[in-house]
Design a protein. Structure first.
Ligand SMILES: [Zn+2]
Length: 184
């Protein structure tokens, strides 16, 4: 009989890693790519649909970078989505001498947050120390996890990014319009 052994199972999506103020975590990078999303904040995070976005006319947007990592809980490694600012990601990229757009799985990072208002700070700890799980490195896991976090429909099997954006944009625009009306 086949028994799944925790981290060997296939993951479709992983949840966002929350670092409470004053605490830290040790994570291993699993993604081979980074997903960069323009977002707005109205009490919660919304993806910006770009062209024709009703929020861009009156509110600021910011770029957010996501990658899949595993976190050691003291007993097991748990897969999570790590959210970073572009500035923090480029700092890590510079320190690890990664090429533009490149992410190297297996790097171990120390992730911390000083206060509730400050962003997550990342320091490289080991260049090749972490265990890499093949099932987590695919772009699908990263993409689907970001979609789930931002409450967006996932891409259908074989759907190209441009087709997915065209399908999702009208839905995002009307959701943002509702959110803006609510804000008054
Ligand atoms: Zn926008």
């Amino acid at each position: 009989m086949f028994v799944s052994h925790g981290t060997d199972q296939a993951f479709e999506t992983v949840r966002l890693l929350r670092i409470p103020a004053g605490s830290s975590a040790r994570v291993t990078v699993q993604s081979e790519t980074v997903e960069v999303v323009r977002t707005h904040w109205f009490g919660r995070q919304y993806a910006c649909p770009g062209d024709g976005c009703p929020a861009c006319e009156c509110y600021q947007s910011r770029l957010t970078c996501f990658l899949v990592v595993t976190v050691f809980t003291g007993k097991v490694w748990v897969p999570n989505l790590l959210e970073l600012t572009p500035a923090e990601l480029s700092r890590v990229r510079f320190m690890l001498e990664w090429d533009a757009g490149e992410i190297v799985p297996g790097v171990v990072l120390h992730v911390s947050r000083k206060s509730a208002r400050s962003g997550v700070r990342v320091e490289p700890q080991e260049v090749e120390g972490g265990q890499v799980l093949r099932s987590l490195s695919s772009r699908e896991v990263l993409f689907n996890s970001v979609c789930r976090l931002l409450a967006l429909p996932s891409a259908k099997e074989g759907e190209m990014p441009a087709a997915w954006q065209d399908r999702v944009r009208p839905f995002l625009v009307s959701r943002l319009q509702l959110a803006i009306e609510k804000m008054g």
